[in-house]
Write a protein that binds this ligand. Structure first.
Ligand code: ADP
Ligand code: MG
Length: 621
């Protein structure tokens, strides 16, 4: 995949895209005709793009919907939830790596890497693939090149390294970050809460694998995050897991150990559990089934909504505990909350909605799709940043304190948590030994007293201090935190006016030269990468189409013999072509197959419509 096709550089589109780069799903939106609109791939009414990567055996990387489909068959070459790895070190993500089928390692500068099919990738590069794909989908939806500038959202608790990693991912994807915005702030913007009266908002976000609650205040259109809480390992996946466990316990006597441990078999159960859960959000009962003919298993069981609710009660309770902590941190009572906003696909579960409503004693906003609301808010912010009208200043706060390690390993805080950003604070320091000509600074983020209990954001060295008695040198250290929450630190020796330059070495991050090098490498390999990924996608599409043909051709009514022959020929040609590596030829064969199957699609639509008219429900067709 070329991260930057050259014609893109002359992109005339100067609008700003809104992107919710999610752990499970990502969504793009843009301001159109006076309001934010989700960009859905043509022919689809779902704007969610799975944040999934798949690495086919014969090269290339498949992203999004196709990757998610392939992950069912081969979970061992698929990657979920790369967002969890962004801006973290190897030690931070030990438990996350347990669920990932790839080996993790760390470079000398603390940059995490995953080894996938013999190549090493940083989380930034992998996220860049997702962002680039989201950008492509946005372009397909718009029918023109999508804008290269984007507002990207991140969880409110993301620290500096995680925000910086998100920025770097965008750069690698060829995007310019117009602003990094907190997800709860974006959700509130989507509901236009900034334009209502001043007040306090609780944003409850239950996604696929994470739960976040944020308490925001709005004063004259200015947002501040008062507190955040949550659980980075609690979400819809855990709801699915309760059903997976139910299935596994009932299957225990029916399937052998090897089958139960087979990753593909487990992945199948997981998907079936998710489907059942989603149905239970709109129906009182649904069926959970595990069908694996190759293992001789065909098991089904009716699940009632009440049964699921009972199983997930402890999970919901944990989210409410976090809400309680967030309220305590913000020094507020639930009755102080003026607005409640629900975010994340899992807030569609009726029990979640009703319990959140009960907790805050007020009906939550649910008019917007909880999967899309963050992207919609990002698009609103993009509109404002691109010069659009909507009077609003966006102010966030830093979620964690920032400081410097002092002698003895204690932390001297420079910027306190919950300070509104952008902000700039300068503190004075001095030398502790006679004739000391250099100082090493360790910049840390966190609330603990000792530096070793906080996260080190990086170290820097100030040298060139003139030799002076201890305590005589005056070093001014300036922390400036920009509107994206990205930190820049500078230091200056003032007693003699000597300036020394210092560099902040990013922890778990990429240096500018590294980003440049990665971009150059991606140009070098652009064509081959692009071809391999295109081939992989084309093969998937051909596979999907020919499977559809073989299951529907026989039953399609009203197709003449020539058309049937034409379809069969196109299938054979496309399948043969898919075994070659000639991208142009495979593309042509795929397009030909699509053309040939149009009458089949029309015939199927027809028969569906006819049977519906005969009074049968669509389920029976
Ligand atoms: P993230 O922000 O983590 O990327 P999303 O907000 O897209 O995640 O939420 C994904 C989760 O929402 C998945 O666990 C999915 O199963 C769940 N979900 C989606 N639709 C429904 C529904 N109708 N009922 C219950 N859960 C749902
Ligand atoms: Mg989300």
């Amino acid at each position: 995949m070329p991260f930057l096709e050259l014609d893109v550089l002359n992109n005339p589109n100067n609008a700003i895209l809104g992107i919710d780069l999610g752990t499970t799903n990502s969504v793009a939106a843009i301001w159109q005709d006076g309001r934010p609109t989700v960009l859905r791939p043509p022919g689809q009414n779902d704007g969610r793009i799975p944040s999934v990567l798949h690495f086919p055996e014969d090269g290339g990387i498949v992203v999004g919907r196709n990757a998610r489909a392939l992950a069912t068959e081969s979970p061992e070459s698929s990657l979920f939830s790369v967002k969890r790895l962004m801006g973290r070190g190897l030690e931070d993500v030990r438990t996350d790596l347990d669920g990932i089928p790839f080996e993790g390692s760390e470079t000398d500068s603390g940059l995490l890497q995953l080894e996938i099919r013999g190549k090493k990738y940083s989380p930034q590069e992998l996220s860049a693939r997702i962002l680039h794909h989201v950008w492509q989908v946005a372009g397909a939806a718009l029918g023109e090149l999508a804008p290269l500038r984007a507002v990207i959202t991140v969880p409110a608790y993301f620290d500096d390294a995680q925000r910086q990693a998100t920025r770097d991912a965008a750069r690698l994807a060829g995007l310019e970050v117009a602003r990094i915005v907190n997800e709860p702030t974006a959700a509130s913007l989507a509901y236009g809460l900034d334009q209502k009266n001043d007040g306090t908002v609780a944003v409850y976000d239950l996604g696929g694998g994470t739960f976040d609650v944020s308490i925001l205040s709005i004063e004259e259109g200015v947002f501040r995050v008062l507190s955040t809480s949550g659980d980075t390992h609690l979400g819809g996946d855990d709801i699915d897991q309760t059903l997976v466990e139910l299935a596994l316990s009932e299957l225990a006597g029916k399937a052998d150990e090897a089958t139960l441990a087979d990753p593909a078999f487990r992945q199948g159960i997981r998907l079936s559990a998710e489907k059942c859960k989603i149905e239970l959000s709109s129906r009182p009962e649904s069926e959970l089934h595990v069908v694996a003919p190759e293992h001789g298993i065909a098991w089904r069981r009716t699940i009632r909504r009440a049964e699921l609710e009972e199983r997930i009660a402890p999970l919901i309770q944990r989210t409410l505990d976090a809400c309680r902590r967030a309220m305590a941190d913000a020094k507020l009572q639930p009755s102080d909350i003026d607005e409640v906003v629900l975010v994340g696909g899992s807030t569609r579960v009726p029990a979640v909605r009703s319990q959140v409503q009960e907790f805050f004693g007020r009906e939550p906003h649910t008019a917007l799709d909880p999967d899309e609301v963050v992207a919609l808010g990002a698009a609103v912010q993009g509109h404002v940043l691109s010069g659009g009208t909507r009077d609003m200043l966006l102010l966030d706060v830093t979620p964690l304190s920032l400081g410097i390690e002092t002698m003895g390993g204690a932390v001297s805080k420079v910027i306190d948590r919950n300070s509104p950003i952008p902000t700039q604070v300068t503190e004075g320091y001095t030398t502790y030994a006679d004739n000391q000509t250099g100082i090493d600074f360790n910049i840390v983020q966190g609330e603990r007293e000792l530096a070793r209990d906080c996260r080190s954001l990086g170290t820097m060295k100030l040298s060139g201090i003139p030799p002076l008695p201890a305590g005589m040198a005056r070093v001014a250290v300036r922390f400036s935190l920009d509107a994206d929450g990205v930190l820049n630190v500078t230091a200056k020796e003032e007693s003699t006016g000597t300036e020394a330059s210092i560099d902040l070495a990013p922890m778990h991050g990429l240096t500018d030269p590294e980003v440049e090098q990665m971009l150059l490498d991606s140009y070098d390999h652009a064509q081959e990468d692009f071809d391999a990924s295109r081939l992989a996608n084309l093969r998937i599409e051909i596979g999907t189409m020919s499977r559809a043909v073989s299951s529907h051709l026989a039953s399609a009514i009203g197709l003449d013999r020539d058309t049937v022959l034409d379809i069969e020929e196109a299938v054979a040609a496309a399948e043969k072509s898919a075994t070659t590596s000639d991208v142009a030829a495979v593309q042509a064969a795929r397009d030909e197959l699509e053309r040939a199957t149009l009458p089949l699609a029309a015939a199927l639509m027809d028969s569906v419509a006819k049977r519906a008219l005969e009074g049968k429900t669509l389920d029976q067709v």
